[in-house]
Design a protein around this ligand. Sequence first.
Ligand code: 13P
Length: 253
Amino acid sequence: MRTPIIAGNWKMNKTIPEAIELANSLKREFLDIQGVEVVICPPFTALSEVFEILNSSNIKLGAQNMSCQEEGAFTGEVSAKMLRDAGCQFVILGHSERRQYFFETDNLINNKIKAALKNNLTPIVCVGETLDERENEKTFDVIQTQISGVLKDIKAVDLEKIIFAYEPVWAIGTGKNATSAQAEEVHKFIRSFLKKCYNEETANAVRIQYGGSVKPENFSELISQEDIDGALVGGASLQMEAFVKIVKQCLAS
Ligand code: 13P
């Protein structure tokens, strides 16, 4: 039985006072939440302040990116150790916006996953195809290449600690979500590929989130699918009411 997990990716939004306000509202809603894991991922600048608020709640803290390097002369980078220090338990890695605008490769993401695991951070690893790739029937090839690349030299004991997020690029920020059938088809493919590369038990334990225009209006159908174990929510995670409704739908499913 996989515990559903909802993560809010705030992207490059919220000043520190705005982040504090949203974190406080979420804490009021989810103080003792059980049966679903709730994670919020504010920008780096607000991590420490948000951690102070979440400290006494069941909501967990995540970051949106990190360096694959341990420490040293890497101007502008943030290490896994620094994220732990700021109170993070999770880190989003390989988001399509990082792949697209910052040229992150599967190899780099693989190194970041290893650095995260070494520092006891749970990576939320994003994969997904572009519209062009879907229209040219390359979805499964793309996903398989991404998963093989990001998991290079990662052992089964570590695979269990990784969360995947299937985020079709064409569904991110567009208001056009994948249908539950489209999403489930890819989630099932990911799980069966993991079974082939590792083993059945481990693959069955791995949680796979869906991300891309998730909102209260479309989430209950998505979460009712067998291989969809939660969501990585962008825009709707910035609005308290919408995010709360999405989390509650998880509990009802
Ligand atoms: P939206 O929910 O805004 O489409 O963003 C999805 C996403 O990129 C989450 O990481």
